[in-house]
Structure formats: structure tokens, C-alpha cells
Unconditional design. Structure first.
Length: 268
């Protein structure tokens, strides 16, 4: 579907909802010019905001490996729960009261995201995760399209952009990698966070450091682990090896809120 048609659908939806729908809580409803399903006002547009968010996201994710925060609810302690928790906390104001709840931060001296702070995300509030395909429409704000939490599958399909299946895909700290396998898995989708990108003398990416939660396993609640991409390549179960020829390796992904370049969009 071409851009003029998408914009017409957005304008028509506003018209059908009536003039009052031009704002929500006094906030103007913005279009989805990059066609990633998120209202543009809920994305991090400036380079500084994206950089600061990445830094906080990585710090928070890696800190959970050192000592899980009591602010991270037990019910959400799995791979997607770790990512969702780190996203929300990275977007918050990091004042003295907030810092008191995170005594194990690896680097607390990170500048704040300036555009907005969770849970006061423009238009979305606490419901920052998209749950189905489609360009953003005003009706998405009231029909359950957005949720406060997301599974690994929902994160990958509706809140991320694919980068590629090799290390040379433009990888940055804060990007994600996903696995998907239906074979004997109660949770077929699994996600990890890239917390460090390791470059060789020539500047090429040679390795990456990953952090993830195992999810409940063998009757235990699981744990947060940290390992390198190169070590994962030698995992005894080849289904967990992040090789381009492994059909269970879905590839590397970037959070949609960090990339404002136009996507192809979704047809109805």
C-alpha cells in the first residue's frame, strides 16, 4: 500500500472518530510516517534520545545479571519480561528515589531521555507494546492494540525491525536477537539483548556480549545469564547456535522505537 493511501486511511479514521479524537488527554494524535505501527510521538526521534535510551537499556539489562531488582516482578521473569522491564525502566525519570531501588547499576551516570518519560509516553501511556500488525490508526488507542507487556513473539513481530542474521548487520548495543523453534518447546520464542558489540582492529564486528533470562526451566524459575555470541555458537544444542544456516535462529532485530526510517507498511 503506497504512502498516500496510508495517509488517507489515517485521516479518514480521524474524521470518523470525530473532532474530539484529534487529541487524547490534550495530546495531538500523530501519524505513523515510518509505518512501523507506533505513533511517531511515541518514538525516540533524536539521536541523543536514542543513544541515551540504549545506554540505560543496556545498563539495566546487564545489572539484572548482577542482581535482579525487586522492582522486576517475579511473574514477568522470563526472556521477554527482562526486555520489557528494561525498556520501561530506561524510559523513566532516574531521580534519587528511582536510583535507591537499583543499587547494582553498572553505570548510573547516563543522561536522561528528554522527549518523554514512562509511564507518560505520548498517546500510549503504560501500554507501549503493539500486539498486532498494521500501521498506527487512532482506533488502536482504544481497541486493545497496545498492551503494557509483550511476549517474545509479540516483541519480534510487532515491536522490532529485522536487521539480518549475521554480525555485520549494523549491530549496536541494545539490539536484540531471537530464536524460534516449535520443537518440544512450551515457549517457542526466545530473546536475548546485545549489551556489548566487540570490534576488531579493522573496526569490523567480531563478537557480541549477550544477556538473557532462561525462563522457567526444570521446575526452577530460571535465571539471568551473560555470554558471548562466539560462545553461543558452540552451544551443545545446535538449535541454539546463532548461525545464518540455523532455521531456529530468527536473527538480529532493533526496537522499532529506535528506528524512524520508513518501512514498507502493512496491507489490510
Amino acid at each position: 500500500m503506497n504512502s498516500p493511501v496510508r495517509f488517507f486511511r489515517f485521516a479518514l479514521a480521524l474524521t470518523l472518530l470525530g473532532g474530539a479524537a484529534l487529541t487524547v488527554g490534550g495530546q495531538p494524535i500523530t501519524p505513523d510516517l515510518d509505518h512501523d505501527g507506533l505513533p511517531d510521538s511515541a518514538e525516540l526521534i533524536s539521536a541523543s534520545d536514542r543513544s541515551n535510551f540504549r545506554a540505560w537499556f543496556v545498563v539495566l539489562t546487564e545489572s539484572q545479571f548482577i542482581q535482579p531488582s525487586p522492582a522486576w516482578a517475579e511473574v514477568h521473569r522470563d526472556c521477554a519480561g527482562l526486555i520489557g522491564f528494561a525498556i520501561r525502566e530506561a524510559l523513566k525519570r532516574h531521580d534519587r528515589d528511582w536510583l535507591a531501588r537499583f543499587p547494582y547499576l553498572t553505570s548510573p551516570a547516563v543522561p536522561e531521555v528528554a522527549s518523554f518519560h514512562y509511564p507518560e509516553v505520548p498517546l500510549l501511556g503504560e501500554r507501549i507494546f503493539r500486539t498486532r500488525a498494521g500501521d498506527f490508526l487512532p482506533s488502536d488507542l482504544t481497541d486493545g492494540t497496545f498492551a503494557a507487556t509483550a511476549s517474545a513473539s509479540v516483541l519480534r513481530h510487532f515491536n522490532c525491525r529485522p536487521l539480518g542474521r549475521n554480525l555485520d548487520c549494523g549491530l549496536e548495543p541494545g539490539d536484540l536477537l531471537f530464536f524460534h523453534s516449535e520443537a518440544g518447546a512450551d515457549m517457542p520464542d526466545h530473546a536475548m539483548v546485545v549489551v556489548r558489540v566487540i570490534r576488531g582492529p579493522d573496526g569490523a564486528v567480531g563478537d557480541a556480549l549477550l544477556v538473557y533470562h532462561t525462563g522457567p526451566t526444570d521446575g526452577t524459575p530460571g535465571e539471568v545469564r551473560r555470554l558471548s555470541w562466539s560462545a553461543l555458537l558452540h552451544h551443545p544444542d545446535d538449535a541454539w547456535q546463532p548461525r545464518a544456516d540455523n532455521p531456529a535462529f530468527a536473527g538480529f532485530f532493533r526496537l522499532a522505537m529506535l528506528d524512524h526510517t520508513p518501512m514498507g507498511g502493512f496491507d489490510p
